[in-house]
Design a protein around this ligand. Structure first.
Ligand code: ADP
Ligand code: MG
Length: 700
């Protein structure tokens, strides 16, 4: 099925709407987070102005918004600059003055001809005991009364886009809406007293009272449910499809695994063993594994994944592990290397960097099965990469990958098992929206012997004292990460902030006539340059590594014991936790210095004290959620997954559960969406641009 034609108008560009041109179109697009008419329809009003109150002049209360019919009596041009141009009007109960500053006389005369009756709307203000209206919001003829005397929705705006522009474009856009087949289960819809989709969208933009703004109002709840249902259905379809393709039973013989375990410099913790046995159990079944492995930073997920991967290799198939960044992929390669070598497993590294002949050779090894273990970045997803027989794919730090990429991945092998690892402890509701019904294993205890990190909050005015302290630590061979403030607006600014800090620190730390022992790393550097710097820092050729958040995830250098984070108040809780997790990995005591600018806002203060008080990732994630609403915990922005436009998880978690339950039934009864409700559900998926979820239903 291709997109139902009823939806076509909604997918047109907003520039086809009245009042939207190419210039303000760009601004509007940015505001509503999308280029389509549909994106505008989903731009919810946040408030409204009620213009339906229509008193006589003598009864109009000070401060109220009113709409009135008045007669224009006379114009009183301003006596001098700075004074308003006034127009006196009346009805049978009294008089009112309309005041215009910096007025265009011609325009006013045309709008308000003397001796005529007009409709005016605006705020009443008493001035020297008399009613007045400064710059009426609307002036119209008697015939225009009905269009003025309404409830006017107020939208979130941005510079260059007025409420009027949004409304005008919307009035046009709402006309594009067609009736759509109902995808919500009828009894559930009736029980909730929800309107039809087309009515709901129209009502969303015509709020008539306070209740209409409530997220649980039937109109908003229905639209939120639509979005959640499409989210759950997408995940369920992907999963159903992945399940349908028969998996294979991989049984552990144990020889390879034993070799690796013998080579480990530590003993597996009970938590690791438990997670591994859950994974083994999945893999030994002939259905496909789709499991999430959650474990806080430093909990030791990598070794668990590696051991799980050996079963596949013992069975003659290939195993791949994917990291979100080049640095991380190299990091994995480095830590896995001794283990894989101990077991005699042939491994290769494939990232965007391998080019030309080298790349050809690697691709060949992957294709003919010479490579048993593949470590890489999303370069592994590329079309040119063909596996001989991919048995398991492990995706590290999954929150950076999106659903689409997972779909691509499943086309790489036949019945490939999938293990997703995330260091971000995700609360249950969020797990559901991001992964649907995925099995979860948790590593809930960290390996023993890790020392707690001493976290200190330092006002930036004390930075020089801290630097003196760091100098002393460096003489004792300390290695320091120095993370520069995050500048949301632009990559360019980030770059300049990190480079500037690098120069200043060189001034503080470099010794005369000695080679600098400060390095810099940021996202704009070439992969090879990044590696080189990481390598130097890792070897101890550098004392300080000045960095942007590129070091946020996964980097493992046990000798680094000090983390400095500048403008810590700008970072989110989870991010601070991830950054801090870069230290405290070795035998020596570690420190985290959070530099902050004063004065601190309430939320920033709350965030920083939570970080100082605990290292428990799950606790931090929960606090984060409550501080931010639903927030960006999943890193949905990085992953390219859309954030919810209509649903708000802090208000709609019951709807999420309902959507989850409903989806289960749908998949059970009509997994290919063939019934008439199934067809309607396809329309729903098209509406939310998730149609890819069923496009490969058959081909899977
Ligand atoms: P993460 O879960 O953050 O990916 P890693 O897998 O990188 O954590 O492990 C962090 C560090 O802990 C690594 O140096 C790893 O070798 C070490 N490690 C893993 N398991 C254990 C264990 N059972 N005992 C001691 N150290 C361990
Ligand atoms: Mg890791």
């Amino acid at each position: 099925m291709s997109r139902p034609f009823e939806l076509d108008p909604l997918f047109r560009s907003i520039t086809t709407l009245s009042g939207v041109g190419s210039r303000n179109g760009k601004l509007l697009e940015h505001l509503i987070n999308g280029p389509k008419v549909l994106d505008l329809l989903w731009h919810k009003p946040v408030d409204f102005i009620d213009r339906r109150f229509s008193p006589k002049i003598s009864e109009a209360p000070d401060g109220r918004i009113v709409t009135m019919q008045v007669t224009v009596d006379k114009h009183i041009p301003n006596a001098r600059k700075g004074l308003p141009y006034r127009v006196q009007c009346s009805d049978n109960t009294g008089t009112i003055t309309l005041a215009f500053f910096h007025a265009n006389k011609g325009w006013i005369e045309k709008q308000l001809p003397t001796k005529t009756d007009v409709i005016i709307s605006g705020r009443i203000e008493y001035y020297q005991g008399k009613p007045q209206m400064v710059h009426p919001d609307a002036i119209g003829t008697l015939e225009e009364r009905t269009t003025i005397e309404t409830v006017e929705p107020i939208y979130p705006l941005t510079q260059g886009i007025t409420n009027r522009t949004v409304r005008k474009a919307l009035q046009n856009g709402l006309g594009f809406i067609n009736k759509l087949p109902e995808w919500i289960e009828p009894t559930y819809k009736t029980r909730n007293k929800w309107p039809d989709w087309d009515k709901a969208v129209k009502m969303l933009h015509n709020p008539s009272d306070e209740q209409a703004l409530d997220p649980n109002h039937p109109v908003r709840a229905r639209l939120a449910y639509d979005e959640l249902l499409s989210n759950q259905l997408t995940l369920a379809l992907v999963r159903h499809q992945q399940r349908k393709i028969n998996g294979r039973a991989f049984n552990t013989h144990g020889e390879l695994r034993e070799k690796i375990i013998n080579a480990l410099p530590f003993k597996l913790t009970d938590a690791q063993k438990h997670a591994l046995s859950e994974i083994d159990n999945d893999m030994s079944k002939d259905s496909r594994m789709l499991r999430l492995l959650q474990g806080d930073v430093g909990s030791g997920k990598t070794v668990v994944a590696c051991l799980a991967m050996t079963s596949v290799i013992e069975n003659g198939a290939q195993a791949a592990i994917m990291a979100p960044t080049e640095i991380l992929a190299r990091q994995h390669a480095k830590s896995l290397k001794p283990w894989l070598e101990a077991a005699g497993i042939r491994f290769v590294i494939l990232t965007g960097r391998e080019k030309g002949k080298t790349r050809e050779l690697l691709l060949q090894q992957i294709r003919n099965g010479t490579a048993q273990f593949i470590i890489g970045t999303h370069a592994i997803f590329q079309k040119s990469v063909k596996f001989n027989d991919l048995g398991i794919a492990v995706i590290d730090e999954q929150h950076r990958f999106g659903v689409q990429q997972r779909l691509q991945l499943s086309s790489k092998g036949h019945g490939t098992d999938v293990l997703v690892m995330t260091a971000t402890p995700i609360p249950r509701t969020l797990t559901l929206t991001a992964y649907g019904d995925m099995e979860v294993s948790k590593i809930d205890k960290k390996p023993p012997g890790l020392k707690p990190i001493d976290t200190r909050l330092i006002p930036s005015s004390k930075i020089e004292n801290m630097i003196e302290g760091l100098k002393r630590q460096i003489t004792k061979n300390a290695r320091i990460y120095w993370v520069c403030p995050l500048v949301e607006e632009s990559e360019k600014l980030n770059l300049s902030s990190v480079e500037e800090r690098y120069d200043i620190l060189k001034h503080f730390f470099d010794k005369k006539d000695e080679k600098s022992r400060i390095g810099i790393i940021h996202g704009r550097m070439k992969p090879l340059e990044k590696d080189e710097v990481m390598e130097k820092f890792s070897n101890g050729d550098l004392d300080i590594l000045v960095a942007t958040t590129v070091i946020e995830v996964g980097v493992n250098i046990p000798e680094a014991t000090i983390m400095v984070i500048e403008h810590a108040e700008h970072f989110g809780l989870s991010q601070l936790h991830q950054l801090r997790g870069r230290v405290g990995r070795g035998a020596d005591k570690s420190y985290c210095f959070l530099l902050y600018a004063t004065p601190l806002g309430e939320t920033a203060k709350a965030r920083l004290s939570i970080i100082r008080e605990t290292e428990d990732g799950f606790l931090i994630a929960e606090k984060d959620l409550s501080l931010r609403g639903s927030g960006d915990i999943l890193g949905v922005r990085q992953s390219g997954m859309a954030e919810f436009k209509l649903a708000d998880l802090s208000a709609h978690s019951d709807l999420l559960t309902a959507a989850y339950d409903d989806t289960k039934l749908i998949i059970k009864r009509d997994p290919e969406l063939k019934t008439s409700r199934g067809q309607a559900l396809k329309t729903l998926l098209y509406l939310f641009e998730r149609d890819q979820a069923f496009q490969n239903l058959r081909s899977g």
